[in-house]
Design a protein around this ligand. Sequence first.
Ligand SMILES: *Cc1c(COP(=O)(O)O)cnc(C)c1O
Length: 410
Amino acid sequence: MTSLPEHTALTQFPVQDDCLQIGGMPLTQLVERVGTTPFYAYDRQKISERIALLRRHLPREIRLHYAVKANPMPALVQHVAQLTDGMDVASLGELQVALDTVAAPDSISFAGPGKKPHELRCAIASGAIINLESRHEMELAAQQGESLGITPKVAVRVNPDFELKSSGMKMGGGAKPFGVDAEAVPEMLQRLKSLSLDFYGFHIFAGSQSLNTAAICEAHRETVQLAARLACDAPSPIRLLNIGGGLGVPYFPGERAVDLVAIGENLHTIAEQSRQQLPGASIALELGRYLVAEAGIYVCRVLERKVSRGQMFLITDGGMHHHLAASGNLGQVIRKNYPVVIGNKVQGREWEIASVVGPLCTPLDILADQLPMAKAEAGDLVVVLQSGAYGLTASPTAFLSHPAPVEILI
Ligand SMILES: *Cc1c(COP(=O)(O)O)cnc(C)c1O
């Protein structure tokens, strides 16, 4: 083999003089700009391009929301807010980040089980829409609204009677802590009528990280059908139907991107039907990963080359405490390698099979396991691609008490 296998360069970033270019700058210069390793960098142009691509394929009347959980870095959320129609948050912390942006408060929806009275109170005072996850939460929201003298804006999160097939993470269908079982929604809506609540509509999210275009389209169709059925019992016409997120991105060899043309065409048909079945309702897609994952990288530096019984280990200053997903999520699943390259010598003069590990004293601290890559020396830069979503804030930064990495938006 004269050059590296293709999957090791699963990157949207250009390569010039064998160096990755991030935000229009060579990685080596970016490292100087940041002044330290390890760090996460998010490329704002890539995020803008991704959102523009979606806009080209989605029907105009579909609203595009951002699920802040995927990456809550305030500067990034600010950027995304300017290009999208709303935000979905799942904690008070995320709500505050979203409220700091240009997003109108009633374009922000607040999901997540176990909302406490004071969290509901802040959300009501802010004017955000609360996605009610249970009957109990509905009663709490009504109480808080009454004591504030503000009518809470609410939607009912529905646990659908179907699931998103072949998704990485099921968020609905079967027994779930999220939302209200579809069959219990009519009774809840009966009660809702007698409370002082401003009802907006439904939130139905079936599953996350799906690369199966047909399954996504089917879930979108079933979601709108379910909403149309439930709308018959609603106290007022549906104004908002949030059909969730869940479009996946490829991480591993052999994975392919979703077919946006097919998803867009399906949503055109759905939008058409919904104009008849749910007149006046706007449909929102709330995407997390798909908007930001491929725009982000994690960068760390090789500290040492070490051979153990014939295998090469590159010991770096970064690791699983910053990037749990790339390490394999605590060894629960069969571990697959994220796309990892040596960013300052993408092809290099020679290549080798090496494992990239961090400084944590645990065998779980792996960023790449026996992956072909350019032969790296101490000082070279290891880049984990596809790292813009569920990266830093989804990692156990306190584990082993090493410092946290820097994050930048470029
Ligand atoms: C996590 C989450 C999302 C985003 O899911 P992605 O797979 O990143 O698109 C959307 N909505 C809710 C309610 C979520 O919890």
